[in-house]
Design a protein around this ligand. Structure first.
Ligand code: KIV
Ligand code: ZN
Length: 390
């Protein structure tokens, strides 16, 4: 068993309140944002990206108040590459015990065309804006948006400029969820190798899930040397969403033998946060979503139920309690067997003799054929029926 306290840390940067809230329809109220930020802080998130202060008065107010209340987390605000955005961001985050300015610009050919800057003009803009941010705050993160579609030579050039201008974290976004795991790792290794000063800053990975690879891409980046993962609760985010916090944190915990890095996250708080984010954003979590889906720890088939009743490890790689879920993990349905029925009834305080159990089992199977899931109340009714008929 590895001693996790002596392991190097991967920082967890949560952007539920900024990139997550950018999903169409996921708008949260001021009070809801404060509540979520408080829960993230308590859970041990290292950096909370609380919003985009120039975007609206509401965002500015939320980032300012979250900054005032945060106990342990660094509070970060987003700013485009101009002085006005950066000043507004600083006005909001400066109240935090530990503030951070996060400034970005799109560096790929497609993104460079939007502000109509050539490569040299963009390089100059990066130098000026990162220097300005660093004069306000000694914790500055810089992101080349669409980094995974930026020419490598140009990416190395602008990352070096940002580091020289004072950026302390360089985030490498896969803005459109385009990269593959091995490519994500190669990009981080390439930057660490080629950019002077790269070993004095932290590289972050920020992945979107358009091809369903955000978690794999983030972990591959960590394997190559990234030390900050950017993510959201339930993977909330634009289009197919961002890397899901619960997935990377539990992957690092369950397969610590493969990637021996610790996080500061209290995983027992995951389920509660997932449910609160789902409620306040109005984004329902799909039942088979990894870690936090309703079915993530449920077993219905007879073989699986029998296995987990004998030894949970036969079909579970983590315990429900690890994420703060204390509910039972047996779902009664048409694939359930006699052993599961006996265990479930015991849990409900009913102990039947073998012949009674056989009768109830026959009726249970008939009911399960008609219903998707048989609930505790259905079982109690079946037992009551059996006892009246006796
Ligand atoms: O996906 C992205 O590129 C972003 C940047 C603002 C970091 O969210
Ligand atoms: Zn993003």
């Amino acid at each position: 068993m590895t001693d996790k306290t002596s392991q190097p840390r991967v920082l967890i940067f949560d952007t539920t309140l900024r990139d997550g809230e950018q999903s169409p329809g996921a708008t949260m109220t001021h009070q809801e944002k404060l509540e979520i930020a408080g829960l993230l802080d308590e859970m041990g998130v290292d950096i909370i990206e609380a919003g985009f202060p120039i975007a609206s008065e509401g965002d500015f107010a939320a980032v300012s108040e979250i900054s005032r209340h945060a106990k342990n987390s660094t509070i970060c605000g987003l700013a485009r590459a101009n002085f006005k955005d950066i000043d507004r961001c600083w006005e909001a985050v400066k109240h935090a015990k530990s503030p951070r300015i996060h400034t970005f610009i799109g560096t790929s050919p497609l993104h460079r065309a939007i502000p109509n800057l050539d490569m040299d003009q963009m390089a100059e803009r990066i130098h000026e804006t990162v220097t300005h941010a660093r004069n306000l705050c000694d914790n500055v993160q810089w992101s080349p948006m669409d980094a995974t579609r930026t020419e490598h030579d140009y990416l190395c050039r602008v990352v070096e400029i940002a580091i020289k201008a004072g950026a302390t974290t360089i985030n490498i976004p896969d803005t459109v969820g385009y990269t593959y795991p091995f490519e994500s790792a190669k990009l981080i290794s390439m930057l660490l190798e080629r950019v002077p000063g790269a070993d004095n800053i932290i590289f972050a990975t920020h992945c979107h899930n358009d091809l369903g690879m955000a978690t794999a891409n983030s972990l591959a980046a960590v394997e190559a040397g990234a030390r900050q993962i950017e993510c959201t609760i339930n993977g909330l985010g634009e289009r197919a969403g961002n890397t899901a916090l619960e997935e990377v944190v539990m992957a690092l915990r369950v397969r610590n033998d493969i990637l021996p890095y610790s996080t500061g996250i209290d995983t027992t708080k995951i389920m509660h946060l997932s449910r609160r984010v789902s409620t306040v954003s109005g984004f329902v979590v799909q039942p088979n979503k990894a870690i936090v889906g309703k079915n993530a720890f449920l077993h219905e088939s007879g073989i699986h139920q029998d296995g987990v009743l004998k030894n949970v490890e036969t079909f579970e790689i983590m315990r429900p309690a690890d994420i703060g879920l204390n509910e039972k993990n047996i779902a009664m349905g048409k694939h359930s067997g006699r052993a599961a029925l006996r265990a479930k009834l015991k849990e409900l305080g009913v102990d039947l003799a073998d012949n009674q159990l056989n009768d109830v089992f026959v009726r249970f199977k008939a009911l399960a054929d008609r219903k998707k899931e048989v609930y505790d109340e259905d079982l109690i009714a079946l037992v009551a029926d059996e006892q009246t008929n006796d």
